[in-house]
Design a protein around this ligand. Structure first.
Ligand code: ASP
Length: 437
């Protein structure tokens, strides 16, 4: 039976991912040879993948700024904004702490790294310094909002957009003119996002094929225990923790929730960047899951920046792995320190590929483990980065839904409609200016 027109894109993205894995692994196993390597892997696939990621990134700053201004103006007063902010932050921190605890428990049971021969890995780790938390807090206030936008500094953009939105609300008739303009801009920018989503099957295929062609699965073998423990922990978070939380705190049907996040999950997996996935995450929670813009526009960019449950899980499992390899016993206090530091480190982790390894230095340093241990796991990090980014993004969607539900900023009819927000349907019926305001 043919797929309904409204699900065709999601289906195509999934097929593109699978085809990319098969072709990539095949190319890796057979060897590409200079011609295929130059013209296909480093040529065509590289160009298509990079253009796709650049196009996504191109939308992030305008979308977050405009959408957040619209979202803030929809809130009746500043107390509501404060309440939403506090709830969102608390849930982001709590879900991350739960995530690390699951990861540590599983790693404690499996014990990855026992008997691992560290001499086999030749990679080294440069050990870049992660910024201290105090600096992260100071840097939140932009000295120049234009520079913040040019740099794509998400926390600074959020702070400026919040203040700007509050000022729009307080500026009477003049503010109303500005708001109308922003409402229209929001719809136009979302339209552009939908163009990019249409290109996803090609972009995803190119990114995944290239990754698997460059990185064979055989490097996983020596690190199978680490890899599988982390994969299992990530799967628990994605398929058990979030659906359970959504069921308990937002009365969501877990199967529907998981189905609805397929698009951002596929984007996160193929780009390994929650930052580049923001446009798709925002589109999904608003137009498919029914979260009003007043909550989504704030929680999604903030979550992409500070909420990294998958990254924190990697740091938990990696800490246990490195401790086992070096034969160092971790005490209960060490485990608690890891929960605390990994939760905080996820705030300071930039939403781009591989940064989780940099902030892992903070966690290892806290419990006195050698930072060089990171070199042991660097080889398998790309694939794990793709998986943990998927969990990072899924966590943002879950918290956004829970906060929206508790704030009565949630449209159940949209959530229940399997065709809601599909790009195909939007072409026939242009999306409303602002589903929330
Ligand atoms: N790639 C991750 C993200 O963008 C961050 C990391 O763990 O390296 O969410």
């Amino acid at each position: 039976m043919a797929a309904p027109e409204t699900h065709r894109l999601t289906r195509q993205i999934v097929i593109a991912m699978l085809a990319g894995i098969v072709l990539g692994v095949t190319l890796n196993q057979l060897g590409t040879g200079p011609w295929l390597q130059t013209f296909l892997v480093d040529g065509l696939l590289y160009v298509i993948g990079s253009v796709f990621v650049s196009a996504l990134k191109m939308m992030v700053v305008p979308l977050v700024f405009v959408s957040l201004v619209v979202g803030v103006t929809a809130l009746s007063d500043l107390r509501v904004l404060g309440r939403i902010g506090a709830k969102t932050l608390a849930l982001y921190l709590a879900t991350t702490a739960v995530a690390v605890t699951i990861a540590l428990t599983l790693a404690g049971l499996v014990g990855p790294g026992h008997g691992f021969d560290a001499g086999k890995t030749e990679a080294s780790f440069g050990g870049k310094e992660a910024p201290p938390l105090t600096q992260v807090l100071i840097d939140m206030v932009p000295t120049n909002p234009v520079a913040a936008m040019a740099e794509g500094d998400m926390l600074q953009i959020i702070v400026f957009a919040l203040l700007f939105g509050v000022a729009v609300t307080m500026s009477g008739a003049r503010g109303k003119h500005v708001l109308n303009l922003f409402n229209d801009l929001d719809a136009v920018i979302m339209h552009m996002v939908e163009w990019i989503m249409r290109l996803a099957p090609y972009g995803v295929f190119a990114l995944i094929t290239r990754t698997f062609a460059s990185q064979g699965l055989d490097i996983l073998l020596p690190l199978a225990a680490y890899f599988l423990t982390l994969t299992a922990a990530l799967a628990i978070q994605l398929f058990v923790t979030y659906p359970l939380l959504l069921r308990l705190l937002a009365s969501h049907n877990p199967v529907t929730s998981l189905k609805k996040i397929r698009d951002p999950a596929a984007f996160a997996f193929s780009t390994a960047s929650s930052g580049a996935t923001i446009p798709v995450t925002l589109h999904t929670v608003e137009y498919k899951m029914g979260v009003k813009n007043s909550v989504a526009s704030f929680s999604i960019p903030l979550g992409a920046t500070i909420n990294m449950d998958g990254t924190a899980m990697m740091q938990g499992v990696a800490t246990v792995f490195i401790a086992n390899v070096y034969g160092i016993d971790l005490s209960l206090t060490d485990y608690l320190l890891v929960v605390l530091t990994a939760t905080l480190a996820s705030i300071g982790t930039a939403a781009i590929p591989a940064v989780g390894l940099v902030t892992l230095t903070m966690v290892l340093g806290q419990v006195g483990l050698p930072v060089e241990g990171i070199a042991l796991i660097i080889g398998v990090d790309r694939l794990l980065d793709m998986m943990r980014t998927t969990v990072n993004v899924a966590g943002d969607c879950a918290v956004s839904c829970i906060v929206a539900k508790s704030e009565h900023a949630f449209d159940q009819a949209v959530f229940d409609d399997p065709d809601a927000g599909s790009v195909e349907a939007a072409t026939r019926h242009p999306i409303p200016a602002s589903p929330a305001a």
